[in-house]
Design a binder for this molecule. Structure first.
Ligand SMILES: [Cu+2]
Length: 493
């Protein structure tokens, strides 16, 4: 060891009050790094928050005893518009309540399993030093409570999850969350802190297939998720529920990945992370576009909002974003800065049908369930789904583009045959087609990834907009066409 390294080491030892032997091992017993001695003052009840919120920073200069009370609840919630799922949760939400403590704190953990629950549960906190991370000490039957205590020795952002067999099933049902262990000196203040956590979900029914959906163990084993989501539901962070910031703000996201299977390529469209504490550790990377977040891992990402608009959080394994739900919005208000960015808002480009009116879709679903669905409701819901789906080619005006995309507005071809139109949207169209006397010879891809309701509503909308008027298309008609025709090779079913 050279002289300056020795001086650095000895000053580190003095600063932390830890004595290291020549070999670098900690001694004497009882004084280990991160242990700042016994808790001081009155015990504190931890303030827990539901996503996307984060408890306030800790301004404390001594270790304390912190009591965490977390209740497991099995709850039925919407996983997507009109689709329900039974989530198993820590604190009633997926991801579970956010826990914030200070390095050196003694955490007295109480895990309750609500009496209405059907399953036993426990908790494994990655921020715990000790076998199982609390799992063995916290196995709790419905209607019971268990308690264990640990010292938060290491600072960082840590995943916690249920570890009751079958573990994969408990995690797939939403049993994970984050615990932040702040460094003793606290974290650098920022304007907003938010809590976002990704997870993959496996349902028996297809993506957006309505009604109650059961967990599909085989799909989970095969790692073929139906949904990949931020904060436990498609659209959990869009529209009214979008994360909010102002131009000039420095935003910090605590981003976890509960898995159970997928690794996240976390990206914010339109932002560059000025700092990332990757893998939740203390090292910082700068100027990052996309950061990998392993299943059972987390990161802290920070970025400045320089211009107003919608910033889209995605898993950049991009079909997960646009076809499985892994998409959220941070909406920034403020004055434009044309010198930094002259472009327009991203809504129609990136947000697709999520930017449109989700209430209309919900209303149509509810009406259909009651058997009172009207053509008007179908048209409104169809308009929402048309946006960002068909409008990229046929245009929001339905006019198409000369010589490339045929018009839907006042289209003689569209209106002549309802069944044929259903078939075209399901199975695509190639070869020559004459619309209003103009010849088109191009390719429309099959849009069979849309479900029967979506497709019926879209066609009802296009057949009753821009000067067209015709009968509604029902979900049953689409279903029959799907059953009686074959999709081209490679199309979604
Ligand atoms: Cu569990």
């Amino acid at each position: 060891m050279n002289r300056s390294a020795w001086i650095q080491l000895t000053s580190l030892i003095c600063a932390t009050g830890i004595w290291l032997t020549a070999a670098g091992a900690a001694a004497p017993a009882g004084r280990i790094p991160g242990d700042f001695g016994p808790p001081q003052g009155e015990p504190i009840h931890a303030q827990l928050t539901s996503p996307p919120f984060v408890p306030p920073p800790i301004h404390r200069n001594h270790p304390a005893k912190v009591i965490v009370e977390l209740e497991v609840r099995e709850v039925e919630k919407e996983i997507s518009e009109g689709v329900t799922y039974t989530f198993w949760t820590f604190g009633g939400t997926t991801p579970g309540s956010f826990i914030r403590v200070r390095q050196g704190d003694t955490v007295e953990f109480h895990l309750r399993n609500h009496p209405d629950n059907k399953m036993p549960h426990n908790i494994d906190l990655h921020g715990v030093t000790g076998p199982g991370g609390g799992a063995a000490s916290s196995f709790t039957a419905p209607g019971h409570e268990s308690q264990f205590t640990f010292k938060a020795l290491n600072q960082g952002i840590y995943v916690y999850h249920c570890a009751t067999a079958p573990v994969g099933m408990h995690i797939a049902n939403g049993m994970y969350g984050l615990m932040l262990v702040e460094p003793p000196e606290g974290m650098k203040p920022v304007d907003h802190e938010y809590y976002v956590m990704q997870g993959d979900f496996y349902t028996v029914g297809k993506y957006r297939e309505r009604g109650h959906q059961e967990f599909d163990m085989q799909r989970a084993i095969d790692e073929r998720p139906t949904y990949v989501l931020f904060n436990g539901a498609e659209g959990s962070l869009v529209g009214e529920r979008a994360l909010k910031a102002k131009v000039g703000d420095h935003v910090r996201l605590f981003v976890g990945n509960g898995g159970p299977n997928l690794v996240s390529s976390f990206h914010v469209i339109g932002a560059i992370f000025d700092r990332v504490r990757y893998e939740g550790g203390v090292h910082e990377q700068e100027n990052v576009q996309t950061t990998l977040i392993p299943a059972g891992g987390a990161a802290i990402v920070e970025f400045y909002v320089r211009v107003p608009g919608s910033y889209v959080l995605v898993d950049h394994s991009i079909l997960r974003a646009f076809n499985k739900g892994a998409l959220a919005i941070l909406k920034a208000d403020g004055e434009p800065n044309k010198a930094v960015y002259s472009g327009k808002e991203v809504d129609s480009v990136y947000l697709g049908d999520l930017a449109a009116n989700p209430a209309a879709v919900a209303e149509a679903r509810a009406a259909e369930a009651r058997g009172t669905l009207t053509k008007e409701q179908q048209i409104k819901a169809g308009e929402a789904r048309f946006t960002g789906t068909c409008s990229v080619c046929h245009q929001a005006s339905g006019e198409g583009l000369a010589n490339v995309f045929p018009p839907l507005a006042r289209s003689d071809f569209l209106m002549a045959d309802k069944q044929r139109a259903i078939g075209i949207v399901l199975n695509g169209l190639t070869g020559q087609v004459t619309v209003n006397g103009n010849l088109f010879s191009s390719v429309m891809p099959p849009m069979s990834q849309l479900n029967d309701d979506e497709l019926a509503n879209i066609l009802t909308y296009v057949r009753n907009s821009w000067g067209n008027s015709g009968e509604a298309v029902s979900a049953d008609e689409v279903k029959q066409m799907r059953a009686s025709t074959r999709r081209p090779e490679g199309a979604a079913n």
